[in-house]
Design a protein around this ligand. Structure first.
Ligand code: PLP
Length: 460
């Protein structure tokens, strides 16, 4: 090894960030505000209070404060599993025969198996501080529900999870992890909510969707005294909490004088990517440094690369505010053959604005190529990656192979958001050669977009 960069760069606990970084403060074009779906006016603090905790509403609406202090109680919890390692992928580089230097920030070293715990603990803390009894949420693949149930048990809060029905059935062990941490888990759509009953009546055989589970969780929160709704991605507040990923990465890289040329992350609702890139984006926006940022999404759910930048519903039941984002329409459903997560129809308003301003790029990748990258990575780096994370691995490998052709010694950084132990049916399909790729047709995309609300100024 010619250079002295260790395999794993660990920071000490004292180097944990003391504030989250709010990239909106440095954005010239601010992300568009959430709108009231009835009046089409920006949602106010008072309108959001019945749904979210007060402190989180403040964070959601704050476009100007660059650094928001992380409360000591949250930092205490972070200490149990953070700082997370930044790994130099020497073995992968060698295997690929690339002159590129590859780094990944690994967020899978906690029981929830993903980065989602970073925001779950913050949201549970603010709920507790407000004196609430509990929170409700949705979960798709199950990582968010797991993270939230861990966070709620730590602060002794009730946790009610609406889990997309097909995941509930396919991933019984995820469900049991949540129950072990004390959460109650309901398959969605269910007949425990009005919106769930309505969806069941209209689509009796439905497998459920994230958009539908969100509607149920919001209804459950607003109907129970002392409850609020919490969300694991998409919102500004979630992206803010996830900046702990990027801040640690930046500290570690600065310490060793490493400057990433390309920064890659998978994009579902955008929270891990936003969290990883925010501090670097801040430097770019302030003219201090330049980086190439790449968002990677599934070809079967391509909101950035094929969606429209318009105001849309965040959920199927249309109970949530409207968000201006790259979207495929709230009724868009990825093909049932899609196994790799990242299936939300929209994208964080912050990332949507940055993408529209050409500050980040986006690529879509097909799932068999994603699992091929996952397998290649697992075999040399020893970590079994989550399918979601493997979207970023795919593009990191592609970029490294490009460097092999050109001889460029680029430094590539990507976010390894979690582990894939609960996704073994998907791995099995890949190993058996039965996994297929599905790319929605233009007609499929048009059909999804037909559900976008029409009103003055929202042209599609
Ligand atoms: C939820 C999840 C994602 C996608 O969510 P984002 O909000 O886009 O970050 C990615 N990777 C893992 C492991 C996840 O659990």
């Amino acid at each position: 090894m010619s250079d002295k960069i260790p395999y794993k760069i660990y920071l000490s606990e004292n180097e944990l960030p003391s504030s989250w970084y709010n990239v909106r403060a440095d954005m010239k074009n601010k992300p568009a505000p959430l709108l009231n779906p009835g009046t089409h006016k920006p949602m106010t603090f008072d309108e959001l209070r019945p749904v979210f905790c007060d402190e989180l509403v403040k964070q959601e609406l704050d476009d100007t404060t660059a650094n928001i202090a992380i409360p000591d109680e949250i930092r205490e919890f972070y200490r149990m599993y953070r700082p997370s390692p930044l790994v130099r992928a020497y073995c992968l580089e060698k295997k690929l025969g690339t002159p590129a230097k590859i780094y990944y920030k690994f967020e899978g070293n906690n029981t929830s198996g993903s980065h989602k715990l970073n925001s779950a603990i913050a949201q549970a803390y603010y709920a507790k501080k407000q004196g609430l009894k509990g929170v409700t949420t949705e979960t798709g693949a199950g990582q968010w529900g797991t993270a939230l149930s861990m966070a709620c048990s730590y602060f002794d809060l009730d946790c009610q999870v609406y889990m997309v029905k097909c995941s509930y059935e396919q991933k019984p062990f995820r469900r049991e992890v949540m129950r072990t941490y004390g959460a109650s888990v309901t398959p969605s759509p269910s007949n425990t909510t009005e919106v769930g009953k309505k969806i069941l009546a209209e689509f009796p055989g439905t497998n459920g969707s994230l958009g539908c589970a969100i509607s149920e969780a919001v209804e459950a929160a607003t109907k129970q005294e002392g409850y609020r709704y919490v969300l694991g991605s998409v919102l500004n507040q979630v992206l803010l909490h996830q900046t702990v990923i990027g801040l640690e990465t930046m500290t570690a890289m600065d310490k060793y004088g490493i400057k990433p040329d390309v920064i890659i992350g998978c994009a579902g609702g955008g929270s891990n990517l936003g969290g990883l890139i925010s501090p670097f984006m801040g430097r770019k926006l302030r003219g201090e440094a330049d980086y190439q940022f790449i968002a990677v999404e599934p070809a079967s759910c391509p909101s950035l690369t094929r969606g429209k930048f318009v105001y849309d519903f965040c959920d199927t039941g249309h109970v949530c505010p409207l968000a201006k984002m790259y979207t495929l329409g709230s009724e868009f459903m990825p093909s049932p053959s899609h196994a790799g997560g990242l299936r939300y129809h929209g994208m964080s308003t912050i990332l949507s604005q940055l993408y529209d301003d050409r500050l980040i790029e986006a690529r879509s990748v097909e799932q068999t190529s994603v699992f091929a990258a996952a397998q290649q990575f697992a075999r040399v780096e020893g970590i079994l990656p989550a399918p979601e994370s493997s979207h970023a691995i795919r593009v990191a490998i592609d970029e490294a192979l490009k460097c092999k052709e050109t001889g460029e010694e680029k430094t590539i950084l990507f976010g390894l958001t979690g582990t894939g132990y609960f996704d073994m049916y998907a791995y099995q399909a890949f190993n058996d050669g039965t996994m297929s790729d599905y790319i929605p047709t233009d007609a499929d995309i048009q059909k999804g977009l037909a559900g976008v609300p029409r009103f003055e100024g929202n042209n599609i």
